[in-house]
Design a protein around this ligand. Structure first.
Ligand code: EPU
Length: 459
């Protein structure tokens, strides 16, 4: 096994253990449509940040519709290490009590952080509460370098001092944190959250330009407003935050996970199935729904959720460019690419957010797909982040029948697309490292059963 494969296996096993999945592999007998209903709860990319926001208050917060995924467990472990008690007070309801925040040992934080990117967002709140923050080596999906320079530059602008040590990065703020004028080089989701979580208690006003405006960010702003923050969202990606002295705990129900919803929608299309995604809402999925319709998928929107289905007939090729909100999300491309292998003609997917997010296509090719990944853009699309793109465009020529194969999951979204491919392929597939999927897909094994998938889980 290569060192990367060994690391991936370790990540997958840890993630699986955190949510009680004791198996590593799933054997799928594919070629059957997925039909039925799945319930989607709170968004991974909001719930985890809302939990960090609780650290800013001195009183208790209550967060509802929290999914049982390993990234939530990582943040729970880290909050516990800092003295925040996190209790499940009802199914999916977490009560977070930050009244006794304390310092944590670096080794503990390092061990807990696992492969998550969330630890970086503890910086601002910890600097406000205990005057110091330590960041271990950061993980996350293996989809490019994923640097933290925007985060550190923003924290420095607030007055934080950043020291790199052998343990990781140590931040202090001997003179406290003061509002700043910050312009992000790219509307980064994480860096925008960093600025929000740091500025709300900083002295004076912060003006953030070129901010990300994803629905999860608007929701985080709503939570911070409930806590007592004063945040104004202005036109053209400008957010103004007037620092306050103190914040209170919040009560909030999480926004649904639109990435999970889009993934099940893609699964319905690729397997020629019919899935009702309870909890999904139209508003946050509008861009996805347009593409889904163009490809030949059908949907029906109700108050309870959205039904996604293959209405029969041929799927059509599309050209997609991933983008920041309100564009087509980078997290939606991997599951949809599986359906595009069945479209009649040539589709092109341009990845403009990450430098390396087409690794998952190799396995699809082994299963019979015809996907060529290009380093350079095919059209006039350029990457949003001025770094060298390793992989920029995938050209998918279809339709190509897929057949079963042995596949190793590389990351969260790529991994889910492998599951979809195995479910839609004729024959048997063995998919390993399934623990990585539990980072962001709640109870996915139970959901697959409920949808009539034919599989066995192996240890
Ligand atoms: N970037 C930098 N420097 C930084 C920060 C980001 O160069 O300091 C670059 C990244 O390398 C990347 C681009 O900016 O090329 C976008 O990164 P961004 O900061 O927007 O992403 P993120 O906050 O790290 C979140 C989600 C991702 C999702 C992206 C884009 C979380 C925990 N993660 O990542 O979700 O793809 O926003 O919407 O919220 C997932 O759920 O599978 C996932 C990867």
């Amino acid at each position: 096994m290569t060192p990367l494969a060994t690391d991936l296996k370790k990540d997958a096993t840890k993630a699986a253990e955190r949510v009680g999945i004791m198996s590593d592999r799933i054997i799928i007998r594919g070629g059957k449509p997925l039909n039925g209903r799945v319930d989607v709860r709170g968004a991974k990319n909001l719930a985890t940040k809302a939990m960090v926001a609780a650290l800013l208050a001195e009183t208790t917060s209550v967060l509802r519709d929290v999914p049982e995924i390993s990234d939530v467990n990582i943040v729970t472990g880290m909050l516990n290490a800092y003295g925040v008690s996190v209790t499940e007070t009802a199914p999916g309801e977490l009560t977070l009590d930050p009244s006794e925040v304390e310092r944590a040992h670096f080794s503990k934080i390092d061990a807990l952080a696992g492969s998550s990117r969330i630890p970086i967002l503890f910086c601002g709140p910890l600097l406000h509460r205990i005057g110091e923050a330590l960041i271990p080596d950061l993980g996350g999906c293996r989809i490019g370098d994923r640097p933290i320079n925007f985060h550190l530059d923003a924290l420095r602008a607030f007055g934080a001092i950043v020291d790199k040590s052998y343990e990781g990065i140590r931040l202090t703020a001997p003179n406290g944190l003061t509002g700043a004028q910050i312009e992000l080089p790219f509307p980064s989701v994480g860096a925008t959250e960093q600025v929000l979580l740091t500025s709300v208690l900083a002295k004076g006003t912060t003006e953030l330009r070129n901010a990300a405006i994803e629905p999860e960010i608007m929701e985080l702003i709503a939570i911070l407003q409930k806590m007592g923050a004063i945040i104004t969202v202005e036109p053209n990606r400008v957010i103004v935050i007037e620092g306050v002295e103190k914040l209170e705990g919040y009560q909030h129900r999480c926004l649904f996970d639109r990435n999970e919803a889009a993934s099940w929608a893609a699964a319905a299309l690729a397997t020629k199935g019919d899935i009702f995604v309870a909890g999904a809402r139209q508003q946050e999925l509008m861009t996805f729904l347009n593409v889904y319709r163009k490809v030949g998928g059908a949907f029906e929107i109700t108050e309870e959720g959205i039904r996604f289905y293959h209405p029969g007939g041929d799927l059509k090729p599309v050209q997609i460019e991933t983008d920041v909100h309100p564009g087509f999300m980078t997290d939606w491309q991997q599951p949809l690419v599986v359906a595009l292998t069945q479209a009649h003609g040539t589709s092109i997917v341009h990845e403009t957010v990450y430098e390396n997010r087409f690794g998952f296509t190799e396995a699809l090719n082994e299963m019979g797909a015809n996907i060529v990944v290009h380093k350079d853009g095919i059209a006039s699309v350029t990457r949003r982040v001025p770094r060298r793109a390793l992989e920029q465009a995938a050209v998918i020529t279809g339709p190509t029948p897929l057949h079963g194969a042995d596949i190793e999951i590389p990351d969260l979204r790529g991994g889910f697309s492998h599951l979809i491919a195995a479910l839609s392929a004729e024959g048997t597939s063995t998919v390993s490292n399934i623990g990585l999927i539990s980072r962001g897909y709640e109870h996915f094994i139970d959901k697959l059963s409920a949808l009539g998938a034919d599989f066995d889980v192996e240890g």
